[in-house]
Ligand binder design. Structure first.
Ligand SMILES: Nc1ncnc2c1ncn2[C@@H]1O[C@H](COP(=O)(O)OP(=O)(O)O)[C@@H](O)[C@H]1O
Ligand SMILES: [Mg+2]
Length: 236
């Protein structure tokens, strides 16, 4: 173990610099964090024949919790000791630089136009083993860049440096970006804000993933209220 926590006089929470509070960092023993670890386990065991190295996180519509889930999954995989990079591939509405309080002058869009190398663009975070590649400046042609051969090459380069690459993507029903990416990733997680998004939209999202031959790892029900038990008031 490289990480040696200092002996604290009293039980004191380690301060991690975050722009948006992540439950897996702020409260790693909570029910919600436990759910994220369950998702991690399920992903790890979902394909016995093939290691899942690249994971796409998407949803049917905006605001369903893609970025929140991508960030928390990154944290729980990193807590397992794996070297993780979260890539903000939402080149239309990027948010990872806010979550991890990072500059966004260098990111994925710069890599796709070969202005910087991976080592120049990837950021470390306050969480051991967790790295973030922000979106970079918003380009005029996200779908074109994401479908380019350079994107394939960037993914291959990232695979050499990291154990798992988590891509945060735009919603499926608005633009083609997530469909394009799903075809390039080993697995796709569909985030569904249960109770808010219409069933029909989820079906359309699933069909679009199937059309692009995505490997759907599973569906994460975000905001799901477990009725009539002690966890009713938990937010997940
Ligand atoms: N389970 C949840 N409970 C409460 N708030 C949530 C939950 N999931 C996401 N949010 C909040 O909803 C908003 C949208 O989430 P976000 O992850 O940015 O969605 P997306 O990336 O799909 O657009 C954010 O403010 C986020 O903090
Ligand atoms: Mg988002």
């Amino acid at each position: 173990m490289m990480f040696q926590p200092k002996k604290a006089k009293k039980k004191k929470k380690k301060f991690v610099k975050m722009g948006r509070k992540l439950v897996t960092v702020a409260n790693s023993h909570s029910f919600v964090s436990e759910q994220f670890r369950t998702i991690r386990t399920n992903i790890t065991f979902s394909m016995p024949d093939k290691a899942i190295k690249t994971i796409l996180v998407t949803s049917a519509t905006p605001g369903e919790g893609k970025s929140t889930n991508a960030a928390n999954l990154g944290v729980v995989f990193a807590q397992e000791g794996k070297r993780i990079v979260i890539v903000d591939a939402d080149l239309r509405k990027p948010t990872m630089h806010y979550t991890f309080l990072l500059q966004n002058a260098r990111g994925l869009s710069n890599l796709l136009t070969r202005q910087f190398t991976i080592s120049e663009a990837v950021n470390s975070t306050d969480i051991p083993n967790l790295f973030v590649l922000t979106s970079g400046p918003i380009p005029p042609n996200p779908a074109e860049l994401l479908s380019s051969n350079v994107m394939g090459a960037v993914i291959e380069e990232l695979k050499k440096e990291f154990d798992i690459i988590i891509f945060d993507a735009p919603p499926l029903l608005s633009v083609t970006d997530a469909q394009i990416l799903s075809n390039k990733c080993d697995g796709t997680l569909l985030i569904v804000n249960s109770g808010v998004v219409e069933n029909e939209s989820v079906k359309k999202a699933k069909s679009s993933l199937e059309a692009s031959k995505a490997n759907i790892l599973g569906v994460v029900l975000n905001n799901y209220k477990i009725p009539h038990n002690q966890y009713y008031d938990q937010y997940y």
